[in-house]
Design a protein around this ligand. Sequence first.
Ligand code: DX5
Length: 226
Amino acid sequence: MAWKDWIRGAEIEPSIYAADFARLGDDLGALLDAGAKIFQFDVGDGHFVEPVTIGPIVLQAISPLFRQRGGILDVHLMVDNPEHHFEAFARAGADSVTAHFEIVGGHVGETAAKARDLGLGFGLAVNPDTPVEEVAAAADPVDLVLVMGVHPGSSGQAYIPDTTERVRRLGALLPAEVPIQVDGGVGEENIQALHQAGATLFVAGSSVFDGVDPPAAYRRLADAVS
Ligand code: DX5
């Protein structure tokens, strides 16, 4: 199975990094009940991004629930040496890994092949200050391109407005079969403009988990792009 089999038109991907970890299993189950299918799992190493976030041991704890329910775990590696971690995340239950262009830009093909050899999908992420044209030129072997709407590292940051135009420019350069994912600051106020600009995968942290009813928040976002 691959990204083209997982995507149902447009997807809202709850960002687990923004969840209440004291009630993680319950909240993820409720979101799966509400129709969420693909969830992003953010990994920070204290180098590429300041915070050390969550790792394979947490993924291993939640992946049985996803196996049972047909959910997909999309691991965003905000780390200096992504290939080094591929095997541990594959063993822990990841379905796909995304590495940053700022780290693997010179050897995207090799990195994608290493992920695929482990049965993983592979995505390429780009930070706000990196020209999307450079990423488009390197995106041939990838399953998706992730455009950051904030500087990576934490949930709840303000959306960087020119991200929408960057998505539009990238969409004009990428093959139609390579979906554009947006991560960081995505919410009801910008998701329709991002969808019209060409994005189909929307990572949502605080806009799903900060409210009192994450399933309802998820459904509102899903309705906005359906
Ligand atoms: C931040 C992470 C994002 C973050 C999204 O670096 O990559 O996935 O959790 O959270 P919001 O939607 O609140 O910006």
